[in-house]
Structures are given as structure tokens and as C-alpha cells.
Write a protein that binds this ligand. Structure first.
Ligand code: UDP
Length: 541
């Protein structure tokens, strides 16, 4: 069966019927409907640029563990009450992408539903059951869902594990993913230790090249003539939908309030409703709070605003990209020192050593001025002069990276679906991305491959590590190898500059873009990329 582009929304809506009274899919349905027209235009526009015909239809199971009652997270309960939405944004967009590309979906979010489906699978130990006959080709879930999944497939898990794609916002580094290694190095975390291939983790932003960048779509529904009729006012909108995010930010906001009218969309519970700030001791009384808004109203407000004001939390949400796409300048709080799992409660249990340098590292590193100013919000003079710089701008231009458009997301996910294969025998070098997109680089001591590649305008490409893991490869790139060794750690293959030992990687699961150590020069697989579509190499769509 072939996958045909599907632009009729109704069958999808019928798939998203809530399994219980919790109305788990209500927000997701709303989002999908609201931007559906843009999705259909995008897929047609992509089809005009690249051949989307002749693709095999894949059977895809999507299991949203985060929505399950069992998770205890109350995502469903809080979807209209200021609860976290970034994840729901991502799931909405993933589901839409898969559906519109014409794949055959099964969507579940409760354990009973999953059980029901898995009970129909052929027994794991049936003799002639090869992977080709498995009833699904791909499974998208999250860590909570993965745990539920493992519980029910039991012995069958080994066979299914290569079909998994784990939606994982903040990323999982190889050192944390490898269960034994993590345990030995005291890097165990409740999220890590899954022993999947690191690229089976799908992130919200392109922050961890060891994983795959899935992303989401930045909403832009005011794209018509309407937009130009909304004049930009001397307004700032604060990014902070819960009161607690405003704690200890008054000085910073006072400076902004000197030149801009400060607006907000803080969710207040039923009691205080819209008069909010009079009821709040944390939110300054001059703030005009609109309460939590629906998408369209929020975007209108963004259009009227000159500045979108970050408070430092939440990390890496979709909202700053929406603001920038609507022409508001994002004030991005800089973290010095950067937040990480050793100094910050939020990142404490996360399976990554990543150094988070600001509230929104993507906005900082990939967008920058004049759309984004990353500043120390405790430095009054810097805040004042930055606000002045923004007010001096004569136009407020919108900016939208291609990778966050509907078309960009469809293109990227389609490439993953067509080319990624985690079931193939591991000792085979990867065919995608193709070899011609890869350059092997021999790094300086104490540099990670992520940095070695990035400095030469490449991305570390973990699927090609195998090609670096030999004495010949190391020698060819200038390593004066005296002896050959193998070891098990995230730095290898590498040259030890003190001993001239060439050390190869013993366990492929530990190939890592981020590993670095003094005296070690790493040999790195780097790939080129499309600007604005960093997940793909040039000509690799
Ligand atoms: N949002 C909304 N109404 C509001 C404030 C935010 O609909 O009053 C939406 C916003 O447009 C974005 C989503 O909530 O798409 C998630 O926003 P955020 O960046 O805060 O991420 P989170 O922390 O929820 O993951």
C-alpha cells in the first residue's frame, strides 16, 4: 500500500475521540483544527518541490503516555488552566504530520487501550515471526509510555525496541542512555537507562545532535490582511502564564514598565478570574492581565506588542518563537553560570549534561539580534539600554525559521520516516545521511564532536561514527598512533596526546557527540546541513 497525501481532517478528528471523560485530546483537536488550512497548503507546496509519491504506507502506533491517567501528571486536567502545553503542541504536530503524509495511524493514550492493541499482536515467541511481519512499523511514544509499553510486551520488547521513537523534549545523552555505563558513573536518572539508540530520542529543539530533532510548528494564524491592520503599540507582553514564574522579577519589570505598558496572560483560578493582579501579591499592580487566552487572541496581543518579556522560566517553550514570528522582540534572560543538572532543580534528574545558557538557547544561538536580545536581567543598566535599543527600531520584522513551519516539519519527518532505520544490523555503516554529506574532522584536545563540527559549520552526525572507529581512519586524519587500544567511554575514538595511544570505541551505544576530555583528540563525523532545516543535509530531503 502506498502513502497518499491526505487532506481531509474528519477521519483524523474521529481518531482523536477521547477515551474517557477527561477530554484528553480536547486541546490537541483544537490546535489541529485551527491550523489545518496551513497544513494542507504546506503539504501541497512541499509536494510541488519534491516527489512525495511512491512512498510505502507505514502502520504507526502513537501512544501519548503523558496523557494517561496513570502518569499522574494531569496534563489533560490542566490543558486549559495554564498547564504545560509545549508537549501537547509537539504531539498535535507529530500526529498531523504523520496523518497528512498518508500513514496509517493508531492513537492511544490510556494503558487499557494500549493493552488492548498489544494483546492482538502475535505472540512474541511464535517461531516464524520476523520483524518484517510485525504489525506496526513505527511506534512514537514518550518515556512514560515506554514504561507502560515494556510492561505489556515483556519478552517481545527486544523485537519492538528498534521501532520506537521517543518524544523527549530536553534530550538524552548516550552516557545516560547506556544503562550499565550510567549506573557505574552515577549518572542514573529516572528518564535514562533505556539502552535505545540515541537517535531514537526525538527532541523539541536541535540542541543535542546525538538525538533526532523533531520540533513542532510555530503557529502563525494571523497571516492575512488582518495582520497589517493591527498597529504595534508601546506594549510589552510578559512570558509567564503562572504566577510563580513572576517571583522576584519586579525590579526587572519596573524598568520595562517605565517605557512600555506591561501586559500578561497569567492563568488565575476561577476565584480571582480576570481582576487577577489586584488579587496577586507577586504580579505588580500595573500589569494588565488578560488571563489565559486562546491562540488567536494571544497572537493579536503579540502583534500589538514590541517586546515579549522572558522571566527565565519555562525553558525552551514554543511561545518565544510565536512572538518572534509575530514581529515582537524577545528579551531572553541569560544564565550565568548556565543551568545544568548539577546546579538546577529542573534539570537535576534530566539525562543530559547540557549547559543551558539562557531561557531559550535556540532563540539565542539560531536567531539572535535584532529579533532576540539575550541579556542579564539582573543588570538594570543592560535591561534599560536594551529596551531603548528595541524602541529605537523603526520596523518590527517577523522571523520564522523554515524548520518550524508546517512545510519544514513535514519535510523533516518524512525524511526520518523514509530513511531512518534502527533495526538494521548495527555494524553496517549508515546509508543516510549519504556519505557525500559527511566530513571526518580530527578535533583539538578537550573538544567535543558537537563543537568540533559546529566550528567548521557542520553538525555532528552520530550515524556515521562507525566510519571513524578504526586505526586506519585515525591515522588517515593525522593521528600519530603508537598503540591501539579499545575502551568503553563517551570520548572514543580518539588520540591520547600524552601517550599517542589511539583508542577505539568498544560499545557503539556510547558513541557520543558531546563527550570530551583533556588530552583527547576526537575523530568526528560531521555533516553539512540546510540552513533553516538543520536536521537535513544538503540534497538529502
Ligand atoms: N498559550 C496560549 N495562551 C496563553 C499563553 C500561551 O494559548 O495565554 C500557548 C502558546 O501560544 C504556546 C503554548 O501555550 O503555543 C505553550 O507555551 P509555552 O511557551 O509557555 O510552553 P510550555 O511551558 O507550556 O511548554
Amino acid at each position: 500500500l502506498m502513502a497518499n497525501i491526505t487532506t481531509n481532517i474528519e477521519p483524523l478528528m474521529q481518531m482523536l475521540v477521547d477515551p474517557n471523560e477527561r477530554e484528553s485530546y480536547a486541546w490537541i483537536r483544537m490546535r489541529i483544527r485551527r491550523i489545518w488550512d496551513r497544513w494542507t497548503k504546506a503539504v501541497n507546496s512541499l509536494a510541488a518541490k519534491q516527489d512525495l509519491s511512491g512512498r510505502r504506507q507505514k502502520k504507526i502506533l502513537v501512544h501519548l503516555g503523558l496523557l494517561s491517567q496513570q502518569s499522574g501528571w494531569k496534563f489533560a486536567e490542566n490543558q486549559f488552566k495554564g498547564g504545560p502545553l509545549g508537549e501537547l503542541v509537539q504531539w498535535s504536530d507529530l500526529i498531523t504530520t504523520l496523518y497528512i503524509l498518508g500513514h496509517k495511524l493508531t492513537i492511544t493514550s490510556e494503558v487499557d487501550q494500549l493493552k488492548n492493541i498489544l494483546s492482538k499482536l502475535p505472540a512474541a515467541n511464535s517461531p516464524c515471526q520476523s520483524r518484517k511481519e510485525l504489525p506496526v512499523h513505527i511506534i512514537y511514544t514518550d518515556i512514560v509510555g515506554l514504561r507502560q509499553f515494556k510492561k505489556f510486551v515483556k519478552e517481545g520488547y527486544g523485537k519492538f525496541s528498534c521501532l520506537l521513537r521517543i518524544v523527549d523534549t530536553f534530550g538524552t545523552e548516550p552516557a545516560f542512555n547506556h544503562q550499565q555505563f550510567a549506573k557505574k558513573r552515577k549518572k542514573s536518572s529516572s528518564w535514562g537507562g533505556q539502552n535505545l539508540q540515541p537517535q531514537q530520542f526525538f527532541n523539541m529543539f536541535p540542541h543535542s545532535p546525538d538525538n533526532s530533532f523533531m520540533g513542532f510548528v510555530v503557529e502563525q494564524h494571523l497571516n492575512d490582511s488582518l495582520v497589517n491592520e493591527i498597529p504595534r503599540e508601546n506594549q510589552a507582553l510578559v512570558y509567564g502564564k503562572n504566577e510563580y514564574m513572576w517571583q522576584a522579577k519586579t525590579q526587572y519589570l519596573d524598568i520595562i514598565n517605565k517605557s512600555l505598558e506591561v501586559h500578561a496572560t497569567v492563568y488565575m483560578d476561577e476565584r480571582s478570574d480576570k481582576e487577577t493582579n489586584t488579587a496577586s501579591t507577586i504580579i505588580p499592580s500595573y500589569v494588565i492581565n488578560h488571563g489565559f487566552l486562546n491562540g488567536e487572541d494571544l497572537h493579536t496581543l503579540l502583534r500589538q506588542s514590541k517586546v515579549f518579556v522572558g522571566l527565565g522560566f519555562p525553558y525552551e517553550g514554543p511561545a518565544p518563537l510565536e512572538a518572534i514570528a509575530n514581529g515582537a522582540v524577545f528579551l531572553n534572560p541569560k544564565f550565568n553560570p548556565p543551568h545544568n543538572r548539577n546546579n538546577n532543580a529542573f534539570f537535576k534528574g534530566k539525562p543530559t549534561e547540557r549547559e543551558v545558557t539562557s531561557q531559550h538557547p535556540y532563540a539565542e544561538q539560531f536567531i539572535g539580534e535584532p529579533y532576540v536580545y539575550t541579556i542579564d536581567i539582573g543588570n538594570e543598566e543592560q535591561v534599560r539600554s536594551t529596551v531603548q535599543k528595541i524602541l529605537d527600531l523603526d520596523t518590527f520584522q517577523a522571523y520564522m525559521p523554515y524548520e518550524f513551519t508546517e512545510e519544514g516539519m513535514i519535510q523533516r519527518m518524512n525524511s526520518y520516516i523514509e530513511h531512518q532505520n534502527f533495526c538494521q544490523f548495527q555494524r553496517q555503516p549508515s546509508k543516510w545521511p549519504p556519505e557525500k554529506a559527511i566530513t571526518l574532522l580530527f578535533g583539538e584536545p578537550n573538544k567535543s564532536c558537537k563543537d568540533v563540527c559546529w566550528e567548521k559549520n557542520f553538525i555532528c552526525e552520530p550515524s556515521h561514527f562507525l566510519r571513524t572507529n578504526s586505526m586506519e581512519a585515525l591515522k588517515q586524519h593525522g593521528a600519530p598512533c603508537s598503540t591501539e587500544k579499545v575502551a568503553l567511554d563517551i570520548f572514543y575514538p580518539a588520540l591520547d596526546t600524552r601517550t599517542n595511544d589511539c583508542i577505539l570505541q568498544q560499545d557503539e551505544l556510547l558513541f557520543s557527540c558531546v563527550g570530551k576530555q583533556e588530552n583527547l583528540r576526537r575523530l568526528c563525523p560531521c555533516r553539512n546541513y540546510i540552513k533553516g532545516q538543520i536536521a537535513l543535509c544538503q540534497g538529502c530531503e
